[in-house]
Structures are given as structure tokens and as C-alpha cells.
Design a protein around this ligand. Structure first.
Ligand SMILES: [Zn+2]
Length: 278
């Protein structure tokens, strides 16, 4: 009887796990792979998760067929993974129909912020247009991006023959995934905790992250030289509705991309805390 066999297997597995116990090892950085032996879990006290989701992907298959849907995922996932790698995410993985990157170490919160804004910018200015042209359909490829940070636990879990993969326990990945759903098309949504970091960051980072360049893409104005407060504030606080199971009630949304003219300068300031030379 299949049910008897399954029930016996579950009981045997629980016995194994009880015997094995759990051992938590602290580590400063996000590991490339989680531990797989014994009951060992790695705990990372502080990591930032950036989750990106392809908006409106569920209707793609039924409206445009499997080939188009598959093509959209290829373009989107590969491009997003390349950006995460470019901003030195220590771990990148696919989860459901989105993907996430994990950042840790000095300055990684701002690396993650620059990564999120770059994903938004690239989707808007490059990827969507390229996809529309290459597959010739009347559909706009758009992303939702969520960011959170905090403590993470990881190990590899699974059974031989069923696939073994990292399990990232703890709130950041889960919360970033929820925020990517809350974000409107081509918006970045960050948690209260993450936004508080931005507000308390070094002046040059605040300038590059919270305030616009003031030129509206017209290559005018002072860019970073324009003092904070003299241009448009870029973030909007949005009350979270519905039962999302989050421990904060407002998310902060960014609707603007890097400016074509000043974007590189702003990104550099955010990542390095330095003015670009020359
Ligand atoms: Zn500008």
C-alpha cells in the first residue's frame, strides 16, 4: 500500500533528523553553497536580498504561446542574473518565476540598491524594447523589484534523487519576494528597515539615492553637485494593504530610473561613496 510506505518513510526520516540534531555555525558572509553534511546550518547575521519578478508573466503562455513565454523568461532571467553578478551578488538563484540575489559584506546594502535600480533601468531602457523587437509581440516586459535585509540561515536540503538545493530561511528573501509583488510595474519597493539605512547613509549616498539629478534626462543641471533638497525626492511611502504577514506597514517605492546622462555618476557615488574622477 503506497500510503503505508509513505507514512513509514516519513517516520524514518523524522527519526533520522531527531538523531542528527542541528548545529548552527556563524559566518560573516553569504556562502556560495550551503553546508550539506550533518545537521549544520550556516547563519549569516546580515545580508541583503534583492528579488526580481517578471510582471504579468502568468498570461504570457495563454495569450502568446509557450515559445514566446519561454523566450521572455530566457531574456529576463539571464539579463537579471548578469546584473546581479555585475554588482557582486554572492549568491543568485531562481525561485518560482522570479530570481533573487544575496549581498553581504561592507557596503553591500548600497551595492544591492544600485543593483535594484540598474535592473529597473535596464528593463525599461534596453530589455523590454529588445524583447518586443526580437519576438514581435505587443506586450511590454516589465519587472517588480523588492529589497529587504536581515539575518539568514542556509543549508542544502533535499533527498538523493529528488534534487538538492539551498534553503534560505529567515525573513529577507521572503520579504523581498513579497515586496517585488507589491511593487508596481518597473518599480523598486524596499522595506522600512532598508529605507532607514538609505536615510542614515553618508551624505553623498543620500544625494545619489534619495534625490533626482534634477535634469529630467535633458543633460542639464548640476547632477550630484546640486545640493540634496534642491531637486525632486525620489521615494514614496506606500501603506501596505492586504494580509502580507510583514512586520512593517509601509514600503518605500522608487519609480524613477537612472538618468541617461547622470546615471553612471550617481551609481558610482552610491557604490563607492566617492565622486567619479574626471
Ligand atoms: Zn540627469
Amino acid at each position: 500500500m503506497i500510503l503505508d510506505e509513505v507514512t513509514a518513510s516519513v517516520a524514518a526520516q523524522l527519526d533520522d533528523q531527531a538523531r542528527l540534531g542541528v548545529r548552527i555555525v556563524n559566518q560573516g558572509d553569504v556562502p556560495e553553497t550551503g553546508p550539506v553534511h550533518g545537521g549544520v546550518w550556516v547563519q549569516v547575521p546580515e545580508a541583503t536580498a534583492v528579488f526580481v519578478d517578471l510582471k504579468g508573466s502568468t498570461g504570457l503562455n495563454s495569450r502568446f504561446g509557450a515559445e514566446t513565454a519561454a523566450h521572455a523568461y530566457n531574456y529576463f532571467n539571464r539579463a537579471m542574473a548578469v546584473i546581479m553578478n555585475g554588482f557582486q551578488a554572492r549568491y543568485v538563484d531562481v525561485q518560482g518565476d522570479g530570481l533573487f540575489g544575496l549581498f553581504s559584506g561592507k557596503g553591500s546594502r548600497f551595492m544591492a540598491a544600485a543593483c535594484a535600480i540598474t535592473m529597473k533601468s535596464q528593463v525599461e531602457t534596453v530589455i523590454a524594447e529588445r524583447f518586443r523587437g526580437d519576438v514581435s509581440i505587443d506586450w511590454q516586459l516589465r519587472a517588480g523589484i523588492g529589497v529587504d535585509r536581515g539575518k539568514l540561515l542556509v543549508r542544502q536540503l533535499g533527498l538523493r534523487g529528488t534534487g538538492i538545493n539551498e534553503v534560505w530561511a529567515g525573513t529577507p528573501v521572503n520579504t523581498a519576494a513579497k515586496l517585488s509583488g507589491v511593487a508596481g510595474p518597473n518599480e523598486v519597493a524596499v522595506s522600512e528597515k532598508v529605507f532607514a539605512d538609505y536615510q542614515q547613509s553618508a551624505k553623498i549616498r543620500q544625494r545619489a539615492l534619495l534625490w533626482s539629478c534634477g535634469c529630467e534626462g535633458n543633460a542639464r543641471g548640476g547632477g550630484l553637485d546640486l545640493p540634496a533638497g534642491r531637486s525632486e525626492y525620489l521615494w514614496q511611502s506606500i501603506a501596505l494593504t492586504g494580509n502580507l504577514g510583514l512586520d512593517f506597514d509601509h514600503a518605500y517605492h522608487l519609480r524613477r530610473s537612472w538618468c541617461q546622462v547622470h546615471g553612471a555618476e550617481f551609481c558610482e557615488a552610491l557604490v563607492t561613496r566617492q565622486r567619479r574622477k574626471g
